[in-house]
Design a protein around this ligand. Structure first.
Ligand code: ACM
Ligand code: ZN
Length: 516
């Protein structure tokens, strides 16, 4: 029997003799018609089969052949679990929740010949699926990729394609980084200058010389309708879009649009170089909180995500130290210092979000000066912040630079690749990533919700380049988050990837080739 390669690898897979052969007479049975249609739509372009979707009823269920059945079941543990039974006569998929069915469909797509992933008719392919039983569920419930659209933005069509590729690997969260010093990318109706002014920068520093700009104005943003379209597209594919609106730092684009929100009150320009800006929202000005509440009101209308990311990273405190309003706030609130002032700032936002049924996520700097009571920490400066937060009883999403930063070079020899941020993260290194380290007490391990790969786009100007940086490293991350294998043999990963990567060719994804 030819080997079966799946990414992510299922928890349990047992082969049986024979195969199911999909043909023009195969019927789909589903109690949720939309799910059946989704499977039919996945299979149609390459096979040319227009498979009909029938309601699932008990009489049929016992005897039907040449069919794929989507059978709801209450007895699977976990919202994302599924089973897949492929017999020569028919295929049974069982899940208790919608995402389980979606994952089973992605597994089916990977079990078919890879031509099934083409968007045009493929002639003379035997559409066979090997007989087997798969029992599957993820190790971690948070399986994400982050995409920065502040430094460079990408067309809506590409965001959808990226979501499709994420769905193929059973990711369930797109962390959409929407605001930056270098550009504000989300339309906010109450504050039109955020996009009129804040989405535009005069030029962009060139990768080879940070002291030189390219002389080309750069800008753009997503309308609320476009953002809603992306949220709906992702939801259909089992993916939640978590927006990130940065505060108090990485906010120069917003200050340029509305200078009264900064400590100095004037003199701001959307940043044209990378790095960290010292200009941040003034913590002593009540207008800042009114503004942020207005912004988040619109954000919550667009994004149903329970988790809302508020940034919190890389906020230098020098402006706050020199600002009379910020110093007055520190005294009035009895705060120890500027770190405590940031903590107070985050707590204001957190209680506002919590009152509206949402949960705050922030980068691990939100631990400094005291963590907001219900906050979820995204651990990026290594795993220590995440370990401390989990041991203190807070939920954590792991995304340490050392294993998860997909904007780093993929090879030690940087001359082999386009310019990237000046660090290396090889596929081999990604593959060694242990999401829940042993320093976390066993009774606190459940606080590790999962992890994600981060794609910062200072040096990633195009959609093709996003894919080049993401894949195949994100495939390794998907595998780790889904089944967290105890043994990590890199040679074995490479063998599996060699067999699997033709899938990305058929999907038209611009991945980095293993021997490049
Ligand atoms: C980060 O990479 N600044 C979260
Ligand atoms: Zn201030």
């Amino acid at each position: 029997m030819p080997a079966i390669t799946l990414f992510p690898q299922p928890q349990r897979l047992e082969r049986q003799p024979g195969a199911f052969r999909l043909n023009a007479h195969t019927r789909l049975f589903a109690s949720d018609r939309a799910l059946g249609e989704m499977l039919a739509n996945y299979l149609r372009p390459a096979t040319g089969f227009d498979l009909p979707v029938h309601p699932l009823d008990d009489d049929i269920r016992a005897q039907v052949t040449n069919a794929i059945l989507l059978v709801p079941t209450a007895d699977l543990v976990g919202a994302e679990a599924y089973t897949l039974d492929v017999a020569p006569e028919r295929i049974d998929i069982r899940a208790s929740k919608r995402n389980g069915f979606l994952y089973a469909m992605q597994t089916l797509r990977q079990l078919l010949p890879p031509q099934v992933l083409a968007d045009s008719l493929q002639e003379d392919v035997a559409w066979e699926i090997p007989a087997l039983t798969i029992t599957d569920a993820p190790a971690f419930g948070w399986r994400g990729l982050h995409l920065d659209v502040g430094r460079h933005m990408f067309p809506v069509g590409f965001i959808k394609k990226f979501i499709d590729t994420m769905a193929f690997y059973k990711f369930n969260t797109l962390h959409w980084h929407l605001t930056e010093d270098q550009g504000w990318r989300l339309e906010i109706e109450k504050y039109p200058r955020l996009t009129e002014i804040g989405s535009q920068r005069a030029e962009t520093q060139i990768p080879t010389d940070p002291n030189q700009g390219d002389g080309q104005p750069y800008g753009g943003y997503y309308t609320q309708d476009e953002a809603r379209e992306i949220v709906a597209y992702a939801a259909e594919r089992g993916i939640t879009v978590m927006p990130e609106i940065e505060l108090p730092g990485h906010s120069l684009a917003a200050l340029t649009a509305y200078p009264h929100l900064g400590c100095a009150g004037s003199g701001y320009a959307v940043r044209t170089t990378w790095g960290i800006d010292s200009n941040i929202y003034c913590a002593g000005n009540d207008a800042v909180f009114a503004f942020l509440q207005d912004v988040f009101k619109e954000v919550l209308e667009i994004f149903p995500s329970e988790y809302i990311h508020i940034g919190g990273d890389e906020a230098p405190k020098e402006r706050w130290r020199a600002c009379p309003k910020c110093q007055t706030r520190i005294k009035a609130e009895g705060l120890a210092d500027e770190d405590a002032l940031q903590s107070w700032f985050i707590r204001q936002i957190e209680s506002w979000l919590n009152e509206r049924g949402r949960r705050l996520v922030g980068w691990d700097e939100i631990l400094e000066g005291g963590l907001a009571p219900n906050a979820t920490v995204m651990s990026w400066r290594g795993s220590d912040g995440g370990i401390a937060a989990a041991n203190a009883g807070h939920d954590v999403i792991m995304t340490p630079t050392t294993y998860c930063y997909l904007d780093y070079y993929q090879h030690e020899d940087w001359t082999r690749e386009p310019p990237a941020i000046a660090r290396t993260l090889t596929l081999d290194q990604v593959w060694q990533y242990v999401v829940a380290p042993p320093e976390i007490a066993p009774d606190k391990r459940h606080h590790i919700l999962g992890g994600q790969g981060n794609i910062w786009t200072e040096y990633i100007p195009s959609a093709n380049h996003v894919e080049y940086m993401a894949f195949p490293r994100a495939i390794a991350i998907a595998d780790i988050l889904w089944n967290h294998p105890a043994e990590r043999h890199y040679a074995a990963l490479l063998e599996r990837l060699k067999a699997h990567l033709p899938c990305l060719d058929w999907l038209g994804v611009n991945y980095r080739h293993l021997d490049d």
